[in-house]
Design a protein around this ligand. Structure first.
Ligand SMILES: [Zn+2]
Length: 451
């Protein structure tokens, strides 16, 4: 195993509030409030995933954040490191299975969506800095009674292919200098069934204005609608109150506070898509996570069926797709899969390993799991140890070999990064297998007098 040395006095991490240096009391309070809200949402996501275990048909979702990698015999590691985005520390577990489901897991989906939103924002910022223009088009489809979600998804794929091909599309691309696009899929459920939306970000080399962007968006919508109709579906152009729902075109802006700033929009969108179990979907419908929440709360057959249909139909579907070459142009490097993002662990030299029996007790109370993360973020391992002592749970703080630092996101380093990632995954996998083999490691440590 890679536990290299055991420290009697674990290294302290920065205490809470270091992000608020030279901030005013109001800014400090704002930071604390934001942190509180984030923590509340994290606990909600963990609680929902825990409850979901009794309903889901997806084995990986059932095991996500619950079972240790390589079996159920070991205990996970608790890690804490400074939050790269500022705002104190961030704590998380290592050595646990993750499902990587962007559609069916409230915890993984939030992590994946956050990363995707950051990448989208990076592309937009890069494009706008290069003097490009960015517009966003939202296309909507509706489904009719009797059509399955699977059919709906299939039609969505065909319709998007029709939007981004053909002579008309090529003409528009050339005429206005389209650099590339990114699309995100969002699905909600309303009174008439499943609704799917495609949010597409278009990056233009030429300085096109809103009128041109609308013109292109309108032509996109026409191809979209025709393709949907060929599959027996329809787009939703106007709501009952005359609101244009079928196609929504906006321009992006780098200006902070700008009403249609796409960065904010995509960050907001990612939360709406994935973390919105407590919010109503637009137009009075429900997000899939709301259906899950309702199904768990009331056990109604329609909701249970709805969630099961959702799980089956969404499995393996992509939420985000990029046009060829756009990521490379923006220096984003090769795209990580959802599973890779979900499985990423915090880099930390010291790891607090939970005793296997303690983990098996702790994992059934997600509120406690989150409480442990919170105290660790606020006070480092001394605080986590104090809390675990209070709960009479066993642990061990040990040093592990540091993981390689990710190189900067550019092309030359990318292969190197992939190689290192593969190597560390292999190491982690073999370590986890060792750890889980009948808990022998734990006994060995005890025999060595290390507890
Ligand atoms: Zn998951």
């Amino acid at each position: 195993m890679s536990v290299a040395a055991v420290e009697a006095r674990p290294r302290r991490v920065a205490p809470l509030g270091n992000y608020a240096n030279n901030s005013s009391p109001a800014a400090l309070q704002q930071g604390l409030d934001r942190r509180q809200r984030k923590r509340k949402r994290r606990t909600e996501r963990h609680t929902l995933r825990h409850k979901e275990r009794r309903m889901t048909k997806l084995d990986r979702v059932r095991k996500c954040g619950y079972v240790t990698v390589g079996g159920d015999g070991g205990g996970p590691g608790l890690r804490v490191s400074p939050d790269p985005k500022g705002g104190g520390n961030i704590a998380g577990f290592s050595g646990l299975l993750t499902c990587g489901s962007v559609w069916a897991c409230p915890v993984c989906s939030a992590k994946i969506a956050t990363r995707r939103a950051e990448e989208l924002a990076d592309v937009m910022r890069f494009g706008l800095e290069q003097g490009c223009r960015a517009s966003m088009v939202t296309l909507t489809m509706r489904h009719h009674e009797g059509q399955s979600l699977k059919e709906c998804w299939k039609a969505l794929g065909k319709a998007w292919a029709a939007v981004t091909s053909g002579k008309q599309w090529r003409t528009d691309c050339e005429r206005y200098g389209l650099r590339g696009w990114v699309k995100a899929v969002e699905v909600t459920h309303g009174s008439s069934g499943w609704h799917a939306h495609i949010h597409a970000l278009l990056i233009w080399d030429d300085p096109i204005g809103l009128a041109e962007a609308r013109h292109v968006g309108d032509r996109m919508w026409r191809r979209w609608t025709r393709a949907l109709q060929r599959c027996g579906f329809d787009s939703l152009r106007r709501s009952a109150d005359g609101k244009d729902l079928g196609v929504d075109v906006r321009m992006a802006s780098l200006k902070p506070g700008h009403g249609s700033g796409l960065h904010e929009y995509f960050v907001k969108l990612s939360h709406e898509i994935t973390g919105g179990q407590n919010k109503l979907a637009k137009g009075g419908g429900r997000t899939p996570f709301q259906i899950l929440t309702d199904a768990l709360a009331n056990g109604e057959a329609a909701d249970v069926h709805g969630w099961r249909e959702w799980e089956l139909a969404s499995k393996g579907r992509r939420q985000i797709a990029w046009s060829k070459g756009l990521r490379e142009w923006a220096g984003l490097g090769q795209e990580q899969s959802d599973e890779e993002i979900a499985a990423e662990e915090l880099a930390a030299e010291d790891v607090l390993f939970l005793e296997p029996e303690s983990w098996r007790e702790l994992r059934d109370t997600p509120e406690r799991v989150c409480k442990l993360l919170e105290v660790t973020e606020d006070g480092g391992y001394p605080a986590s140890m104090a809390l675990l002592d209070q709960w009479s749970m066993g642990y061990l703080v040990a040093k592990v070999y540091p993981r390689p630092k990710p190189p900067p996101r550019d092309h030359e380093h990318w292969q190197l990064r992939r190689d290192r990632l593969d190597e560390s995954k292999r190491l982690v996998g073999s370590l986890a297998r060792e750890l889980s083999e009948t808990g022998a490691w734990w006994r060995q440590l005890r025999e060595l007098g290390i507890e």
